[in-house]
Ligand binder design. Structure first.
Ligand code: ADP
Length: 486
């Protein structure tokens, strides 16, 4: 508790606009709650729509100066931020566990993962290239260059409070864009502490602005509608993504959308079952199941299904559930009571339609919003959890007979973020790369996220990519100049 209070004392609780911390226009604040206890951790300023537009004005005023700042200098600011984050790893990990609930070991993993975007994009900042070429007719020379797109609005979700912020802020800053960040109202503290770190790392006033708010829709609309804004990057649910895309049409805004998923997890008869079980535990229960990359549908070949179910049930039944700050916890609380209700509704529906409960299947009594880690087998077609994102610790297994059947079932969704497949046959692995309709594939691994790789989905899972070389391109405009043949 002393360590918890010490980190909470370091969190700035105002809005960051134009390099200064200030209160909301109407002085309103809102509470941030620990989902493991239901207790208020801190109150933070609640930005009004007017504050949002003010933050955009600051980003617009800082735009030209930051775009002109030498790439090496932008890179060094990001590199200093990376170093500072390493020094304060424990603070950030503890703060995320407090406001979001994930087990401390996973929060430390997120600091490492989230930090890598700072390092990666500090390295990318100095390699923004272009080209010079002769046109096919030989009559002209084309010069292609890339420029920062301009002020960007970054809307982040609550499930990875640090990594979702760094995955957007780092490439934007590397490209030379200024930003307004709207963190999720459930978890704004990590972003506020991180913004303070960015100032210390040398980010100039107005380059990064932060506006936590309980009025996400009301604040976002005038910001998105403002012609000074040139880019919107959103991570969250598909329905909200659709709304934002409609709003972005008004000013023909560049958008990046990381939306929902419904990841299939395929286990073939030739899989290394031990590897598949380890992969399944990660793909399903990391972040207590609250990830857009979480495996949502387990499709297991009928010859190995019972053995897989037996092994995974044994492991899941033994997972310690509790407050993420306690030692050895594998399953933390869900973010709120709505999330518990949704998980339970999906489990109840599946059981009602004929699934078999192997372990779990109920909310956990007491303070905090916990759901017991659950395994279901014989899940029947038509069950809601095959279609909806579960976003909780519920592992649902169906069986298949042939590879064709597995691929068809895997692709039978409006989503296409990530898939996982376990097979020891390399040719099958290659066929799956070709046939699965997802933006990412974990082949014999349960985690695909990496700062150097293009993260993103196809179909209704989103537009654009974050990370890799693609990640910085999302914040760059292309300009082409034609000159006559010299
Ligand atoms: P989740 O299910 O992860 O809460 P949401 O899509 O509701 O997903 O939220 C993701 C982010 O989008 C949060 O920062 C939230 O405040 C924000 N948000 C939700 N609705 C809107 C909206 N209408 N306009 C802008 N931002 C929104």
């Amino acid at each position: 508790p002393a360590a918890e209070q010490a980190v909470l004392d370091r969190v700035p609780t105002g809005l960051l606009i134009d390099g200064t911390w200030r209160s909301a226009a109407d002085d309103a604040t809102f509470p941030v709650v620990d989902p493991a206890t239901g207790e208020t951790l801190l109150r933070v300023a609640d930005a009004t729509p007017e504050d949002g537009v003010r933050a955009l004005a600051a980003a617009d005023a800082a735009r030209a100066g930051w775009a002109r700042t030498a790439p090496r200098q932008r890179a060094e600011v990001l590199r200093r931020a990376f170093d500072l984050l390493q020094d304060r790893r424990e603070d950030f990990a503890l703060l995320m566990t407090l406001e979001m609930g994930k087990p401390l070991a996973e929060a430390r993993g997120e600091v490492a993962y989230g930090g890598e975007f700072l390092r990666w994009f500090s390295e990318e900042a100095v390699r923004i290239g272009g080209s010079y070429s002769t046109n096919p007719e030989g009559t002209g020379r084309a010069v292609v260059t890339h420029k920062p797109v301009g002020p960007a609005f970054l809307i982040t979700p609550w499930n990875f409070p640090l990594a979702m912020a760094t995955r957007k802020i780092a490439p934007a800053l590397a490209a030379g864009c200024t930003v307004v960040v709207k963190p999720a109202e459930l978890t704004p503290l990590t972003t506020l502490l991180f913004a303070d770190l960015l100032l210390e790392a040398g980010v100039p006033a107005g380059v990064v602005n932060v506006v936590p708010t309980t009025s996400a829709a009301a604040l976002s609309e005038p910001v998105i509608g403002d012609p000074r804004l040139r880019k919107l990057s959103f991570t969250g649910s598909t329905p909200v993504g659709r709304t934002l895309l409609r709003q972005a049409a008004g000013t023909v805004l560049r958008t990046s959308m990381e939306l929902g998923g419904n990841a299939p997890f395929l286990v073939f008869e030739d899989a290394d079952l031990e590897l598949a079980v380890e992969g399944a535990l990660l793909a399903k229960f990391r972040n207590t199941g609250q990830a857009c990359t979480a495996a949502n549908r387990f499709l297991v070949h009928e010859d190995v299904a019972e053995e897989f179910a037996r092994r995974i049930t044994e492991r899941v039944a033994a997972m310690p559930v509790g407050r993420g700050t306690e030692d050895g916890i594998a399953i933390g609380p869900l973010i709120d009571s709505r999330a518990v209700d949704k998980a339970h509704r999906l489990v109840t529906d599946a059981l009602h339609r004929g699934a078999t409960l192997r372990t779990g299947g109920h909310p956990v009594d007491g303070s905090g919003t916990f759901y017991a880690p659950t395994v279901l087998t014989d899940v029947q077609p038509g069950s809601d959890l095959l279609r909806d994102e579960i976003f909780g610790p519920v592992l649902a297994i169906r069986t298949f007979r042939t590879e064709d059947e597995a691929v068809t079932a895997a692709n039978d969704t409006e989503y296409g973020l990530v898939g996982y497949a376990f097979t020891e046959d390399p040719a099958r692995g290659q066929r799956l790369m070709e046939r699965l309709e997802t933006g990412m594939l974990g082949l014999n691994t349960g985690v695909v996220s990496n700062a150097s790789a293009p993260f993103g989905g196809v179909k209704q899972s989103g537009l654009g990519r974050e990370g890799g070389g693609e990640g910085i391109a999302e914040y760059l405009e292309t300009m082409y100049t034609l000159t006559p043949d010299p």
